[in-house]
Design a protein around this ligand. Structure first.
Ligand SMILES: CC(=O)SCCNC(=O)CCNC(=O)[C@H](O)C(C)(C)COP(=O)(O)OP(=O)(O)OC[C@H]1O[C@@H](n2cnc3c(N)ncnc32)[C@H](O)[C@@H]1OP(=O)(O)O
Length: 409
């Protein structure tokens, strides 16, 4: 059996997508969902593995720009739609596709590769590290109160048709990009993605609803959500399922959350993906009644380590020599001197003695500033080779806002 990897052709998309569905357990999405993923696929950056005339594995890349600490947007290849047909697993097809994909990302000049994993244990061997966490919450709204911040009563909540206000919501999303690392800049072909309600949310739920928070006509934030009514012997027990909640202002954020918590006949508000420093932690009276949970969000790997390190800014002045190991992308291996601070950085090869030793995985984890080099050193994954180098570098790598990916891809 010879498995050949080829770039996907437009007219092969249907059979390719069928293999992807098969790999993911076989459930075929709605026609709308299939069309959405067709429109998002960059076929020229998609891999099909063929056994004769059958597609047996799939992988694709999105041409993202990702916000990084300091507010710049850096090109990043987003690995997606990876699937190997059940009868072709554990023969190295994923490994071959990873080789091709990372070489393609490098050739495209993207210093970073990112992904969201079906299972987090798959991608460490290819140099990815967990770079963002996501917080989920289910607020028991009958028992949890919101402490209103100043100015909340000046905020008006307006109900709108999601498609009618998409442009202004997207403009607000774009304004948020520099403020928090980990957000993908919206590509033109992703324009309608925010309006999509995935099948697992749609069952028994309302169509997507949208509310805007405004002060004197100025947009402060928005929420997109569905409501899933339910009834028990003791009465109404519905759930508000939040898809997006964005605000540029604390009073706007709190007004949106209060609105969601006060919808009639609903007894809980579910937020599946929030940043770990989300304001809700400081607004609500009883976090024990919010079923808080954290899990891995985005995984990141430096594809060109030097370019990646130079592309972000640092919280404090830093001058450190990193000894990097990277068996899957060996061009990153060796010593790199990183010098920089809040105004920018340079990173170049050096023969100087190393201060810290780490692999591509740890660099990926620490890159967006959400996982500290000190924490990784505590797990034995970063080694300090010069006294005090760890604390100084770890402080410089931090981000004031926890990095966060607002949606999986
Ligand atoms: C970014 C995304 O799209 S995430 C979506 C990933 N896709 C899925 O989860 C769909 C269902 N699963 C699959 O399609 C396949 O099992 C895949 C893609 C996970 C793996 O494909 P395979 O071709 O079997 O992987 P391959 O044989 O190349 O294995 C490469 C390595 O990954 C390991 N590996 C493969 N699958 C898994 C897994 N589910 N969990 C942990 N490790 C795994 C293998 O053991 C092997 O390790 P080694 O190199 O250390 O020996």
């Amino acid at each position: 059996m010879t498995i050949e990897l080829r770039v996907l052709a437009e007219d092969e998309w249907d059979v390719w997508y069928r293999t992807l569905n098969w790999a993911f357990g076989g459930a075929i999405g709605s026609a709308e969902e299939v069309e959405l993923w067709r429109s998002l696929t960059e076929v020229e950056r998609s891999i099909a593995a063929w056994d004769g005339d059958r597609v047996v594995a799939t992988a694709s890349t999105f041409s993202f720009g990702l916000s990084v600490p300091g507010g710049d947007v850096v090109p990043a290849g987003g690995l997606t739609m990876v699937g190997v047909a059940p009868t072709y697993r554990r023969r190295g097809i994923l490994r071959r596709m990873m080789r091709q994909q990372l070489d393609d990302v490098r050739a495209a000049g993207e210093p970073l590769a990112v992904l969201t994993a079906s299972e987090p244990s798959i991608y460490g061997r290819f140099g990815y590290g967990t770079a963002t966490w996501q917080l989920s919450a289910e607020i028991e709204t009958r028992d949890v109160r919101l402490s209103p911040p100043p100015g909340i009563d000046d905020v008006e909540i307006r109900v709108a048709e999601p498609a009618d206000v998409l442009a202004e919501c997207e403009a607000l999303y774009a304004r948020q990009l520099p403020l928090r690392p980990g957000r993908p800049a919206r590509l033109p072909r992703w324009e309608r993605f925010p309006l999509h309600v995935p099948a697992h949310l749609r069952a028994g739920a309302s169509p997507q609803l949208c509310v805007l928070a405004e002060r004197a006509g100025e947009l402060l934030g928005y929420a997109r959500y569905v409501t899933a009514p339910a009834w028990t012997e003791s009465g109404p027990d519905g759930t508000v399922i939040v898809q997006d909640l964005e605000a540029v202002d604390p009073a706007g954020y709190a007004a949106l959350l209060r609105y969601l918590m006060e919808i009639d006949l609903m007894s809980s508000v579910r937020l599946a993906n929030r940043p770990v420093d989300d304001p809700l932690l400081h607004l609500l009276s009883d976090v024990r009644r919010c079923a808080l949970r954290t899990r891995d969000g985005m995984h990141l790997r430096p594809v060109e380590a030097g370019a990646a390190l130079a592309a972000r800014r640092y919280a404090t002045e830093v001058d450190v020599v990193l000894e990097i190991t990277d068996s899957f992308c060996p061009w990153n291996e060796g010593r790199w001197r990183l010098s920089g601070g809040p105004d920018g950085a340079v990173c170049a090869r050096t023969a100087d003695a190393p201060d810290l030793a780490l692999s591509a995985n740890e660099l990926g984890s620490a890159y967006l500033g959400g996982i500290s080099l000190t924490a990784l050193a505590g797990a034995g994954r970063v080694r300090e080779l010069r006294p005090n180098a760890l604390t100084a570098a770890s402080t410089a790598f931090t981000s004031p806002a926890a990095p966060w990916l607002p949606h999986n891809f």
